[in-house]
Design a protein around this ligand. Structure first.
Ligand SMILES: [Zn+2]
Length: 121
């Protein structure tokens, strides 16, 4: 069942990535402050930090676009509204794997997911 615990919704994954990127950018800029005696190193740290923050902003805009395309569904497991990206995704709240395409059941996910999925029907 370890796979089920690590499987999270795609939007949540991208959001986590953007958040990590912001922090990485801030830490890199902080590194620039620490190395202010070495001018070229400070400049490199600041440029890298700025790039990471800009990239994370771009990722946030991308999430917004993805969210618009995502299909809102009611999770069969926890009965909360969630958003699905693509044909196969996981519930944002309980990590329940969801699929739009019945033919994909058992292909994208292994038997563990299916047994739980069938129980919910
Ligand atoms: Zn759920």
């Amino acid at each position: 069942m370890s796979q089920q615990l690590t499987y999270s919704s795609k939007i949540n994954k991208i959001r986590t990535f953007a958040l990590i990127l912001v922090f990485a950018g801030i830490i890199t800029m902080y590194g620039g402050i620490l190395t202010k005696n070495i001018e070229w190193l400070m400049v490199i740290f600041f440029i890298l930090g700025t790039l990471m923050v800009i990239l994370s902003c771009a990722v946030y805009v991308w999430i917004g676009t993805l969210s618009l395309r995502a299909v809102p569904v009611i999770c069969p497991s926890c009965e909360k509204p969630t958003k699905m990206l693509g044909r196969v995704d996981a519930c944002m709240h309980c990590k329940q794997p969801l699929t739009m395409d019945k033919n994909l059941e058992g292909i994208e996910f292994d038997e563990k997911y299916n047994s739980r999925k069938y129980k919910n029907k």
